[in-house]
Write a protein that binds this ligand. Structure first.
Ligand code: DGJ
Length: 704
């Protein structure tokens, strides 16, 4: 329970800044050398009692110095630096003078100036009244006037923030890794005494790693234990370096861009980093996730209170083989099952009959849609569903009219072979004319075709990025991503009803920045429900279920070949924003009837799944269960999945620690009434049917 609203104080005598959130305190102190040093991040306490942090000059070989709030490459600092700069005369690093601070409501800014060069940095912090999440970012300014005779400053690294955990006897790192079709696999590894780098060098957030982590001392559980967790709001390349030093201290620094890039900061220019947010909780990994979900719902997602629609998407049913008649038929079947949104996927435009041609030519393929898309959109609307359209606006096939007209618009180097992946190239959105062309194309598509929903895909990473002859060639790594964000923001502003689904070959671009301008993310191209249990388990560490698109597709699964019952597929997909993605023309009448019943069941629990509090009870291996609780305790839903049964053992009862011990709960299906204390401490029998792929949805209503 929050004990106090958030507040920021700055004690000028001590040089001590204290950020108080409802359940935590974050404190830093300005060192005698002008550098802000970390003091405390964790449980509520009075940081004035803590010793003055050491500076690097206090001892020659002992690593006693307190960590900098933003590690600078300068002086006797030998850890990973979050700020690395080189001035035109060849001098590197910054030596700070503390200029002052500003507190403005929930925002703190520490202003630092280099002692010898025209460079300032503002370290920025933001707290919110009802949340333990602290948002941090950095603004670096070249303070020479544009006409002055001082050249650009080269920025080799500019991180958003450095974070420090208190000394722990041991340290464990939770992070997400994977690949295409295996995104968001949660790894929980003992942190070595070393530097551990989490990164994407792909120009996209990446399937392979996510810019989120959690740190604990190796003993935290889902419900208990100190956890420090951070997440970077950036949708391009990024890097987070975690440093566990031999004296037991763990710090990490992170921001946009990967190693080896540099940016040129011109006189008068300010470079603002993305937000790197962090929280501390004593309530274990589950507590950390619920705090993140609250943050995402209150400060990230554009319309968190709107129910995510049950969608139908044609991709797994038809692939590129789309036409008006076939899509109308699928739309009719989907509407009959209770779908609320019909999304026409890839293949509707240009010469796009496969992945080799047409990308970039965003006009309907005449053989498939002779009268354009409007008849299909009208048909879908007539069935009472919203109309969604797949686009991949940042990409182009070499075999396309767009590329033939503008070969210079793609990321390329005139002296290198262009790397084609999935036969496509990346448009360089850092060029204003390309950004403008993409934005106007999307604006036209949405306006002309009554599009309610865009599925925005991106099916390859960057290669040959950086423009030959450009004075700041690596800027593309930042500017492309910013252009994507800008286009999404502008589209939403110009079309207030429009919803956007983030996608990048499955879950290749899922982060807090993309979710600030989209409604949900396509989680993975792997729709096998057994694999999805682990993928969804990882996704939910940071992000709430309403942002996690989950489809029920055909059996056997097109990717894995695994056959699973319809009910199991539904129960797994009900843990997110439910969608349907199978070839409904091949579903038997009894399957369609069961699907309609399960869609209706999902709609009953949708408020709990999409807006409730999520408690992971077990998983993701073996029997897995997730509990969704209404904030007012009135209703509960528990989804239980058991892919395989072993030795014929009965599963252990599921303890439900989120219930109130003094309350009673009624199962509306059986009418049975349970004692809250009993369900909390002894658990509920999941009562699964025998055999593999067993699953159940259990609902409970508060009965007094
Ligand atoms: C990758 C996406 O993840 C799929 O859902 C589908 O839209 C294909 N691209 C289409 O090319």
């Amino acid at each position: 329970m929050p004990s106090a609203p958030s507040a920021i104080t700055f004690d000028a005598t001590l040089g001590l800044a204290v950020l108080r959130t409802p359940n935590s305190v974050y404190a830093l102190r300005i060192g005698a050398d002008g550098s802000p040093r970390h003091v405390h991040w964790g449980p509520v306490l009075d940081p004035r009692g803590l010793p003055h942090p050491h500076s690097p000059a206090d001892s020659s070989f002992e690593d006693e110095a307190a960590a900098d709030e933003l590690g600078v490459q300068s002086g006797a600092r030998f850890g990973p630096a979050g700020l690395q700069v080189r001035f035109p005369d060849g001098t590197s690093g910054a030596q700070w003078r503390f200029l002052g601070h500003r507190v403005d409501g929930g925002e703190l800014r520490l202003r630092l100036a280099d002692r010898g060069y025209p460079l300032t940095a503002e370290l920025c912090y933001r707290v919110h009244p009802d949340s333990d999440v602290i948002e941090r970012w950095t603004e670096l300014t070249h303070t020479a006037a544009p006409g002055d005779d001082f050249g650009p400053i080269t920025v080799h690294r500019l991180d958003s923030a450095s974070w420090t955990a208190p000394p722990l006897p041991d340290a464990r790192l939770s992070h997400l890794v994977g690949g295409w079709s295996s995104e968001f696999q949660l790894h929980r590894d003992r942190l070595p005494v070393a530097e551990t780098v989490l990164t994407s060098r792909r120009g996209l957030t990446g399937h392979h790693a996510s810019p989120w982590l959690a740190l604990d001392d190796g003993t935290a559980t889902e419900e208990r234990g100190d956890v420090w967790s951070t997440a970077l709001a950036w949708s391009g390349s990024w890097r987070i370096t975690v440093h566990r030093d031999p004296v037991g201290r763990t710090t990490w620094t992170g921001g946009f861009g990967h190693e080896g890039l540099s940016w040129s900061l011109r006189p008068g220019e300010t470079l603002r980093t993305p937000v790197f947010a962090g929280l501390h909780t004593p309530d274990g990994f589950g507590g950390a996730s619920r705090a993140w979900h609250h943050h995402v719902r209150t400060r990230v997602l554009p319309e968190p209170d709107r129910d995510r629609p049950v969608l139908y998407n044609s991709w797994e049913a038809t692939g590129f083989d789309v036409d008006q008649e076939g899509q109308c038929r699928l739309a009719g079947l989907a509407a009959g099952l209770g779908a609320e949104l019909f999304v026409l996927d890839d293949g509707w435009f240009g010469a796009r009959t496969g992945d080799h041609a047409g990308l970039g030519d965003w006009t309907p393929r005449p053989e498939a849609f002779p009268d354009g898309l409007r008849p299909l959109a009208d048909h879908v609307h007539g069935l009472g569903m919203a109309f969604g359209l797949w686009v991949e606006p940042e990409m182009v096939n070499a075999d396309s009219d767009l590329y033939r007209a503008h070969p210079d618009w793609v990321l390329h180097s005139p002296t290198r072979d262009a790397t084609e992946l999935r036969h496509q190239l990346v448009l360089d959105l850092s060029r204003p004319e390309v950004e403008d062309a993409v934005r106007t194309t999307l604006d036209r598509l949405v306006g002309e075709n009554a599009v309610d929903w865009l599925k925005w895909d991106a099916n390859r990473p960057f290669t040959e990025a950086g423009r030959a002859g450009h004075p700041d060639p690596d800027r593309v790594w930042i500017d492309h991503t910013r252009a994507v964000h800008r286009i999404m923001d502008r589209l939403r502003a110009d079309h207030p009803g429009l919803r956007i689904e983030a996608c990048a070959g499955g879950g290749g671009r899922v982060d807090l920045a993309v979710l600030a301008r989209t409604d949900q993310a396509w989680t993975s191209d792997n729709t096998d429900p057994v694999d999805r249990i682990a993928i969804q388990h990882g996704f939910g560490q940071l992000l709430p279920a309403q942002s996690m698109a989950a489809w029920v597709t055909d059996s056997p699964n097109g990717l894995t070949g695994r056959a699973t019952p319809l009910r199991f597929r539904f129960h797994v997909a009900m843990a997110g924003a439910l969608g349907l993605g199978g070839d409904l023309t091949r579903w038997r009448p009894e399957e369609l009837a069961e699907a309609a019943r399960l869609v209706a069941e999902y709609k009953r629990i949708r408020p709990l799944v999409q807006h409730g509090l999520q408690h992971r009870l077990t998983g993701p291996d073996g029997l897995t269960a997730v509990h969704y609780a209404a904030a007012d305790d009135s209703e509960h839903a528990v989804l239980v999945w058991r892919p395989t049964t072993r030795f014929g053992h009965r599963p252990a009862p599921l303890r439900l620690p989120a219930l109130h011990a003094a309350a009673r709960y009624r199962d509306p299906e059986t009418g049975r009434v349970y004692d809250g204390a009993l369900l909390r401490h002894c658990g509920l029998d999941p009562d699964l049917p025998p055999g593999d792929y067993a699953s159940r949805l259990i609902r409970l209503h508060r009965a007094g």
